[in-house]
Design a protein around this ligand. Sequence first.
Ligand code: MN
Ligand code: MN
Length: 466
Amino acid sequence: MSEKTIGQEMLDKLSYKRRNIYEEATPEKIKAIYDYSEGYKKFLDDAKTEREATEAAIALVKAKGFSEYKLGDKISVGDKKYLNHHGKSLIVFKVGEKDIEREGIKILAAHIDSPRLDLKQVPMYEDSGMGFLKTHYYGGVKKYQWTAIPLALHGVMVKADGEVVNVCIGEDDSDPVFYINDLLPHLGAKQAQETLGNAISGETLNILIGGLPYDDKEVSDKIKLTALSILNEKYGVTEEDFISAELSLVPAFKARDIGFDRALIAAYGHDDRVCSYPAITALLDNDDTKETVMVVLADKEEIGSMGVTGMQSAFLVDLMAEISKALGKNEAVVRNNSKCLSADVTACYDPNFADVYEKRNSAMISCGTTMSKYTGARGKSGTSDASAELVGYFRKLFAENGVIWQTAELGKIDMGGGGTVAMYIANQNIETVDLGVPVISMHAPYEVVSKADVYSTYEAFCAFVK
Ligand code: MN
Ligand code: MN
């Protein structure tokens, strides 16, 4: 090896450089990264909605000895519990030996809802020999991306007598799937003149559900009747039961490796299962008994974190209050001394769309989990903007634990922006900063991440909670 020049040494010492994880990784490390992603892909396929993610996460934590907690139950040091919040959000927590008033609670907060198409309350109709379901999209979708792809129907229907019926059609290889029609290019000249945002309207996102007329000359809406009769036979439901239902169309794709080298993963709903899974596994893989740790998997982030299962709800601070009370601690002091990683994705720099990114401050693929000191838009509006001290705390922690990470903001200043749950948690006087995986094609039906970044996020969470 040739000696470094003085200038080279100085450069290495004084300048900041992103590091590509794959470039530095040993074959053993790459194997660990790829092996970890297998568990993640399974989680993705099991958990396409917040309800399914709640169930899948509960199965993981129960297998490691966590048991159900309901608000008001007794809490003591050493407890490993989970709070299932209306089946749509979840807090997994363990109570450590350290004084939580002095040390605070360590919180990882991710979300388990993803952009999708929800059914309207009176969705079913037929027209021109085809049966359809009306949808109302959920979260920030590019509507044109949801046409002409296989879709699966997931959710629950609550029947007149209160019975809850689980629905899942389109995930098994032998299942039928659903579909949204698009226009053939031959007749698409006028559509092609429309802006991308207008070419497909919300009211054209109608789900194709059938074409077989019910065998009775006398009745009208025969195709709709066929669909209703199949649903009635299979689930015992009627059309009115759609009113008390939460049914969503999600892409019927399974998670798959991308590329000749399998370095990347494509899947529906990386945002934000790609932080949820590392958060849960980081908690489960550490047998530390000193720290009090909470992993929150929240619902409704994609539509503003409202509602009882969203992060603006009191359920997190209520549980913190219960833990504080049980241990004889002052809740306000506990919150004041707690720290939270808002575990959410950010935009990955994409050379195909280079003009919307400011490269020095963008997340580069495979360069590690990404911290966003602030999010927001138009001059940092709508962000909690973490303190330099908090960023410094994590910087030191990650350096001590060999975590390769990077920092980024979401695109060029005037191009747009975004938000996460960070501000809602920070508003409870809990120091919070965003950390998560960079995503290519975020909010598309099939998103892409690097396995190295998923693993780096897991390593960062492990460093935090141990
Ligand atoms: Mn997100
Ligand atoms: Mn999102």
